[in-house]
Design a protein. Structure first.
Length: 266
């Protein structure tokens, strides 16, 4: 399986059993823009072209139409995702002065100012997209079927997109990376963001920032949000649903997108 490999181990219990366990791979992935490295992330080495497109979009570096090409170059100890931008996007990137180098658990490592960490995000455009409570539960129930790497390793996050059915999903050892890969896959497949981003992880401020940059009106997460993430979702016009497990969930912002009537889906 791409992004995972069998690893020898000893299992201790009533007896000691030698064997192997499939574990996710975690490699250094550089994200370079017009020849200059912008970030180095530890990531699962799969769907890296999606990663490049998604990172550029969700971090506000470049809109999809400002990306000329994305090339994935294998290196002896990792990968370099080389993103080539139009001049206007390159100039905007130079003005940001942002350099990141962080582990998978951190979405803000290397940002050099509070203003950058708490950057403003666009308000999601109004739409007719609505979901019923049953559809929310169905979207969450469909998520495990999209998590092949998690099923094999029990050690990765997932992000998926639902708009009446589950269209796409991506996985990674980092929750931010999984979301970036999903955003990039949506861009590359020409999928409009009118639907729900479904997450296996907790919802922090930076996750809401990324969904706002994608333009999706709804987040569904199986874990809890932070208070600041709820505030940002409210400001960005995003419906934030969390603690969605089984037939239960909690809605924290823009409850008007929940309806008891047949929901409009794309």
């Amino acid at each position: 399986m791409k992004g995972a490999r069998p690893t020898p181990r000893l299992a201790f219990g009533p007896s000691v059993q030698p064997g192997v366990r499939v574990l996710p791979e975690e490699v250094a992935v550089a994200l370079s823009f017009n020849g200059s490295t912008q970030a180095v992330m530890m990531a699962t080495p799969a769907d890296l072209e999606d990663f490049g497109y998604g990172f550029a979009l969700t971090e506000g570096i470049a809109a999809p139409e400002e990306i000329l090409s994305v090339d994935v170059v294998a290196l002896p100890r990792g990968f370099d995702v080389q993103i080539w931008l139009k001049p206007e996007a390159e100039a905007r990137l130079a003005a940001r002065r942002r350099v990141m180098a962080g582990p998978v658990g951190c979405g803000l490592c290397g940002i050099d100012s509070i203003d950058q960490a708490l950057r403003a995000v666009p308000v999601v455009m109004p739409s007719a997209f609505r979901m019923t409570p049953d559809q929310v539960c169905h979207a969450v129930a469909a998520l495990p079927g999209q998590q092949q790497l998690h099923d094999a390793t029990r050690a990765v996050h997932g992000a998926a997109f639902w708009n009446g059915r589950m269209l796409l999903s991506r996985e990674d050892v980092g929750r931010h990376n999984a979301l970036d890969k999903l955003a990039g896959a949506m861009v590359r497949h020409g999928i409009a963001p009118e639907g729900a981003v479904v997450l296996t992880s907790r919802v922090s401020t930076d996750m809401v920032q990324k969904v706002a940059m994608l333009g999706a009106p709804l987040i569904i997460a199986v874990s809890a949000p932070t208070a600041e993430a709820v505030e940002l979702a409210d400001q960005a016009g995003i419906t934030l649903i969390a603690l969605a497990r089984g037939d239960r969930f909690e809605v924290f912002s823009h409850t008007d997108r929940l309806t008891t009537e047949n929901a409009h889906v794309g």
